[in-house]
Design a protein. Structure first.
Lengths: 360, 209
């Protein structure tokens, strides 16, 4: 009996169990005692990075905020830092704090983006314990500098070879492609989540800035954003207060990056008045401009528009694609068609009283 | 589990040169190569190793009579891991920049063979006082070894010592010395030198006898 008791695993390992419990308690105590100091150090390091990751930012003109993202049904809070211009009003950029798994363990990253969340302005690795001499090089300037000026609306990938400046990819560290790609994935996810979160307000602001360029002479009080569940719609009033035009904002991927357009219909929503380009980064854009492709939509009826090949002669409700820029041309045509469809439906619903208009 | 064996003084002195962890036992090579690019990092590492080694040795010696032979390595590892975690957190709190510079090498002290070796060779067999003096001697020996490699590398590679300029401005910094090949070269040459001196001394004592 006594022998059996001696052979029992728990009796044999009592010292290990007691030590494990004591050490666990000791480490918990150390964590409680030191965690505030460690977090303060990390916070200081984070704030020190703001001027480096957001050009023109100052540490004293930063607002810390949080946003929530939905991860498979579970709400997760993310932290961001908003850098303000010296006037304390205009936003000059954001810095996002993100983390994800690397090759060895969690990597914590700070990502700087411009005010419109279109470009990455800098990346900094806050903490990592990747393989020394290989993966640990993800914290080096030569690797991280590659992220500067990359588009944040397209995914960035780590490639094994050197990349051309116009490419949105970066060159991975030799023998550390997993660590390199991990940083790319963390950056991609951070800007996508944040972009989705503030997209609506940024798109609205950008559209409001662009409408006066589309309709010269229109003052702010004559542009009425309409709150509907169908994206951004604006009613433009004439001097007497009557509806002069309807404008919808829409965007989708072109050949290289997202193309952002404003499409204006007349008061009756029967004809396209104008198509205005808010943002694009297409490679052959000069050809598109030279061909007058965007202008060719003006005057068309507010019905589906068909794009024909560059050598074909376009009919009434057709536009001619631009040579060497057919993907860009197709994207623009699709954006216009979708915006027109949405605008017509919205205007029809407003006129029939189905849609209650809440002007903001 | 008796106290037979070297005394405190012997343990302490042996750790410095005759049983130096790096030059004689060839243990702890990973930090010796990795963090000796400068004296600041090398000495911080030596300090962290000393803290873990002294704490682990003392604790192991205190519980030496309770150790089961087949579970002793598990107990050593558990003890070492705890003190390494504490050292890591202390550095992160009070020496944040240094903690970032050393990066994964502080958590890697867990697998530094010097510590587990001393627990096994000395602390699990001898009294607390002897275990403590052994830990201090071995820690100082390890610090001396790191300092020797780091001095050569920092002076030749950066022209500085503890970050302060010691070489003339005209000194062409040997970049290779602060890079990984410099660590291997320096350690190899210093090991060769230590063995050569050892061989000469042995020869002399042989002829004297």
């Amino acid at each position: 009996m006594a022998e059996a008791k001696k052979q029992n695993y728990l009796v044999q390992a009592w010292l290990v169990l007691v030590l494990a419990a004591s050490f666990g308690a000791a480490m918990a105590g150390v964590h409680i005692a030191l965690n505030d100091g460690i977090q303060a150090n990390k916070r200081k390091e984070t704030y020190d990075q703001i001027p480096k990751l957001i050009p023109g930012a100052r540490e004293d003109l930063v607002e810390e905020g949080q946003f929530t993202v939905d991860l498979d049904g579970a709400p997760v809070t993310r932290t961001y830092y908003k850098a303000l211009a010296p006037d304390g009003q205009a936003v000059i950029g954001y810095m996002l704090r993100a983390e994800g798994m690397g090759y060895v363990d969690k990597i914590e990253v700070l990502v700087g983006v411009d005010a419109k969340v279109k470009n990455i302005t800098g990346v900094y690795v806050l903490s990592q314990i990747e393989t020394p001499g290989l993966g640990s090089k993800i914290a080096s300037d030569s690797f991280l500098d590659q992220f500067v000026n990359k588009s944040s609306t397209r995914a960035i990938f780590a490639q094994k070879t050197a990349q051309k400046p116009e490419s949105n990819d970066i060159q991975a560290i030799a023998s550390a492609t997993i660590s390199s790609q991990s940083v790319c994935s963390i950056v991609n996810r951070a800007v996508r989540e944040f972009g989705d979160c503030i997209d609506a307000s940024v798109r609205r602001q950008t559209a409001l800035e662009n409408i006066p360029r589309m309709f010269p002479g229109v003052t702010d009080d004559r542009v009425k954003p309409i709150s509907v569940d169908r994206g951004l719609v604006f009613r433009i009033l004439d001097e007497s207060g009557e509806t002069a035009a309807w404008v919808a904002e829409d965007q989708r991927m072109g050949r290289w990056d997202r193309i952002d357009l404003l499409v204006a219909l007349d008061a009756a929503a029967e004809n396209i008045i104008k198509v205005h380009v808010v943002d694009q980064r297409e490679r052959w854009w000069k050809k598109v401009v030279k061909a007058g492709y965007v202008e060719s939509f003006a005057g068309k009826k507010a019905e589906p528009i068909v794009m024909v090949k560059p050598k074909m002669t376009p009919g009434d409700q057709q536009v001619q694609a631009v040579t060497k820029a057919t993907i860009t041309s197709t994207a623009i045509c699709r954006i216009v068609n979708r915006a027109v469809r949405r605008l017509k439906r919205t205007v029809a619903d407003i006129n029939s009283g189905k849609l209650e208009v809440k002007e903001q | 589990m008796s106290n037979d064996g070297p005394t405190s003084g012997e343990r302490f002195l042996r750790g410095l040169i005759p049983e130096n962890p790096v030059y004689r036992q060839l243990l702890g090579m990973c930090p010796t190569l990795a963090v000796t690019g400068g004296m600041n990092t090398a000495m911080t590492m030596a300090g962290a190793v000393a803290f873990v080694l002294i704490c682990a040795n003392v604790l192991t010696s205190l519980i030496r009579n309770l150790l089961k032979p087949h579970l002793r390595i598990l107990v050593f590892t558990l003890t070492i891991a705890t003190f390494v975690t504490i050292a890591d957190r202390l550095l992160a709190c009070y020496m944040y920049q240094m903690s970032k510079e050393l990066g994964p090498y502080i958590p890697l002290i867990i697998v530094n063979c010097v510590i587990i070796c001393r627990c096994e060779v000395c602390a699990s067999k001898q009294s607390v006082a002897i275990a403590a003096s052994d830990a201090v001697g071995q820690s100082l020996g390890f610090a001396l070894a790191l300092a020797s490699v780091a001095s050569v590398r920092e002076i030749l590679g950066s022209g500085t010592f503890f970050g302060l300029r010691v070489m003339p401005e005209a000194w062409p910094e040997w970049g290779i010395m602060v890079m990984p090949p410099g660590a291997f070269l320096t350690l190899g040459l210093l090991l060769g030198l230590a063995n050569w001196i050892g061989a000469i001394r042995e020869k002399k004592s042989g002829t004297a006898a």
